[in-house]
Design a protein around this ligand. Structure first.
Ligand code: GDP
Ligand code: IMO
Ligand code: MG
Length: 441
């Protein structure tokens, strides 16, 4: 039963969309298992850019089963619009399946998300304001409304009443908002139900059948390990678990279904929103990398904060996810620098040194980076397609990362386009091998 999980190993936007689209070529299905339309996954094919928010990044492969798992929170308006937009661009979306157990983002979740941020003032998290946190909160409080509820008007109405009642006080400022009118909301959501109905399914069962038959299933994470609600830089995190362990829960398969875990990381680090970022660059170089790397949010357009590659955090992510391979993206963005720094440790108050990711929030907030400098390279690497094509300094940089993290680099990104990658060899074979081994009777 070979399942391969692809996760973000930093603070999101590592290039998961591109890597998933590439690996999807060899897979039979692609599953999103957590997060919602806070995600923005970009794929560039033949010079055309695709920005996906809820849709699994296998959707551009005609007929490939794409699943939105039970662990995802779905804004049905966004999903229905995304489907229409893809259809308008002649993408075959017939193989999309949506878990009947996935939770729905409701209009009041959106209002609560922005109200929550406004209330926090200076302490705000910088959420994407897509209602993600309030939706997961309702799920945990057992007040959530699920995809299957869209198919029954009576149940839908009852659940909306039950979910809105406890929020009466917080929603008071929005009392006159038509989006909160029970009848309007029910009617609107029933319409989404009609639009999505043909895609709604028992997705866990679909995946069991595929895995039993030895098919290759990709589990595509959103966000990244450092935004994980349990293991990330809490409270500056998202409200789900982007780590690989959550793939099982969010798709409905057991841990034995997972054969490999790929971690995607940029050759440097970015983060959107507030929260600690020890290796952040606050100078002109940070600004230059932001522009060279196009570091502006796919979902909100916000400028991303930029810094050196944080190997302390990356090692931590490797452990949290039991990474078997690394995909290092955007190596091309580092061209033209005389030297490149990597964060190999943190220094805290009173000169305390940390080589492992500190568990205490206060330490992290005051951590400054211990930097190791490596020589840079001047050549443009956008046309390189093998390790041998890369300048020696770029190869040394990749080796340094692999050694520090203890995980081999399987794939290197040298530009946004689909073909701008370097396969380092073995792990691609091992990907195929995993499929072949498990497919054997
Ligand atoms: P995701 O959320 O992890 O899927 O990543 P995003 O799509 O939000 O952000 C990654 C950005 O980097 C996108 O604009 C990609 O097109 C782009 N990208 C991905 N890989 C590479 C690469 O190797 N080089 C460059 N220059 N851009 C890349
Ligand atoms: P992809 O899948 C980068 C960040 C937000 C904010 C925090 C909480 O494209 O990598 P939320 O709206 O989730 O409650 O916001 O998480 N965040 C992301 N940052 N990439 C993402 O997704 C993100 N999804 C959420 O900026 O700091
Ligand atoms: Mg993104």
């Amino acid at each position: 039963m070979p399942g391969i999980v692809i996760v973000g190993a930093q603070w999101g936007d590592e290039g998961k969309g591109k890597v998933t689209d590439l690996l999807a070529e060899q897979a039979d299905a692609v599953v999103r298992f957590q997060g919602g339309n806070n995600a923005g996954h970009t794929i560039v094919r033949d010079g055309v850019q695709w920005k996906l928010h809820l849709m699994p990044s296998g959707i551009l492969h005609p007929g490939k089963l794409c699943v939105i798992g039970n662990g995802v929170v779905i804004d049905p308006r966004v999903l229905a619009d995304e489907l229409e937009a893809l259809k308008a661009r002649r993408v075959d979306v017939s193989a999309l399946r949506i878990s009947a157990n996935a939770h729905l983002i409701m209009p009041y979740h959106l209002l609560l998300d922005s109200a929550g941020e406004a209330k926090l003032g200076k302490l705000q998290i910088g959420t994407t304001q897509r209602g993600i946190g309030p939706c997961y909160a309702d799920k945990a409080a057992r007040l959530g409304i699920r995809v299957q509820d869209l198919l029954d008007e009576k149940i839908l109405k009852k659940k909306i009443v039950a979910a809105m009642e406890p929020k009466r006080l917080s929603l008071r400022p929005y009392e006159r908002n038509p989006a909160l009118d029970l009848r309007t909301m029910t009617e609107e959501y029933l319409t989404y139900g009609h639009r999505l109905e043909r895609h709604i399914a028992d997705t866990a069962r679909l995946l069991w059948e595929l895995l039993d038959a030895g098919s290759l299933v990709l589990f595509e994470g959103a966000q990244g390990a450092m935004l994980d609600i349990d293991h990330g830089t809490y409270p500056f995190v998202t409200s789900s678990n982007p780590v690989a362990g959550a793939a099982c829960v969010g798709a409905g398969v057991g841990p034995k279904a997972i054969a490999e875990v790929w971690g995607v990381a940029k050759a440097y680090t970015t983060r959107v929103g507030a929260g600690p970022f020890p290796s952040e660059l606050h100078d002109a170089l940070g600004e230059a990398l932001r522009h060279r790397g196009g570091e502006f949010g796919t979902t909100t357009g916000r400028p991303r904060r930029v810094g050196w590659l944080d190997l302390v955090a990356l090692r931590y992510a490797a452990r949290l996810n039991t990474l078997s391979a690394l995909a290092i993206t955007k190596l091309d963005v580092l061209c033209g620098l005389d030297s490149i720094a990597l964060c190999t440790g943190y220094r805290g108050a009173e000169e305390a040194e940390f080589s492992e990711f500190p568990y205490h929030q206060t330490v992290l907030h005051h951590a400054s980076p211990e930097l190791t400098e490596l020589p840079g390279w001047q050549e443009d690497i956008g046309e390189c397609r093998s390790l041998a094509d890369l300048p020696p300094a770029a190869r040394d940089y990749l080796d340094f990362i692999a050694n520090a993290v203890g995980v081999p680099v399987a794939l290197v990104g040298v530009g946004p386009a689909r073909d701008q990658v370097i396969w380092t060899g073995e792990p691609r074979d091992s990907l195929l091998l995993a499929g072949a081994q498990h497919a054997a009777p």
